[in-house]
Design a protein around this ligand. Structure first.
Ligand code: SAH
Length: 212
């Protein structure tokens, strides 16, 4: 895994682009500058690694657009030592961004091939992220409750099990909808009360319940 001067230069431009699009948190921008996105995509697509677009990975899935990763991360209000659960490990890029922000990261993937490939990548990068092969709708009760849960695939409705694994004061970020998704932030105010806000429309691969 080589991170050349050219890669670094292109990455800097990508970060400037994110800044122009309204991402202002300098700590977050620094982390985007630190993580080589080309490590997370097929080598045939390296030429596109630092364009602000989603790209295909294995099993007809995608690595999210950097802007989308930035928005989801901002909405999660990640600070050091927070415990974050991600649904949809995919390439691992979002998980590594969360880790570099100092969170304890737990991530679930339902495609065995992707799960294994990304677990290996984390080992190769020497990054400590807890990975699980399974259905994200069920969450990860052994490590609950979480300060934040981020769903990186489009969900038709809010998975209730995930809400129950959120701390009081915790935040769930979920793209809600079928063909297009509304980025939705849900804050758990108490055991029984939640506050929901909406943050623009996006396009994600679907969150699936049954294994193919
Ligand atoms: N966070 C990823 C985005 C990957 S795309 C990244 O940074 O690259 C979304 C991923 O969610 C896909 O890999 C897909 O297989 C996975 N997924 C879909 N439904 C799921 C479910 N019910 N549980 C866990 N993962 C799921």
């Amino acid at each position: 895994m080589v991170d050349s001067l050219r890669d670094k230069g292109l990455r800097k431009q990508m970060v400037e682009d994110l800044q122009k699009k309204g991402i202002v948190d300098t700590h977050l921008l620094n982390v985007f500058n630190e993580v080589p996105r080309h490590f997370f995509i097929p080598s045939s697509l390296y030429g596109h690694a630092y364009e602000d677009m989603a790209l295909p990975i294995a099993c007809k899935q995608t690595i999210s657009q950097p802007y989308t990763v930035a928005i989801q991360t901002q909405l999660l209000e990640v600070v050091k030592n927070k415990r974050i659960l991600e649904i949809g490990t995919g390439s691992g890029y979002q998980a590594v961004i969360l880790k570099k922000l100092g969170a304890y990261v737990y991530t679930i993937e339902r495609h065995i091939y992707i799960y294994e490939a990304t677990k290996k990548l984390f080992e190769k990068m020497d990054i400590n992220i807890a990975t699980k092969y399974g259905d994200g709708y069920l969450g990860w009760s052994e490590f609950a409750p979480f300060d934040g849960i981020v769903i990186t695939c489009g969900a038709a409705e809010v998975p209730q099990k995930l809400l129950s694994q959120l701390k009081v004061g915790g935040i769930l970020v979920v793209p809600l909808g079928e063909s297009v998704q509304v980025m939705t932030k849900i804050v758990r105010l108490s055991e029984t009360e939640y506050k929901t806000t909406e943050h623009g429309t996006f396009r994600f691969v679907p969150m699936l319940q049954d294994k193919e």
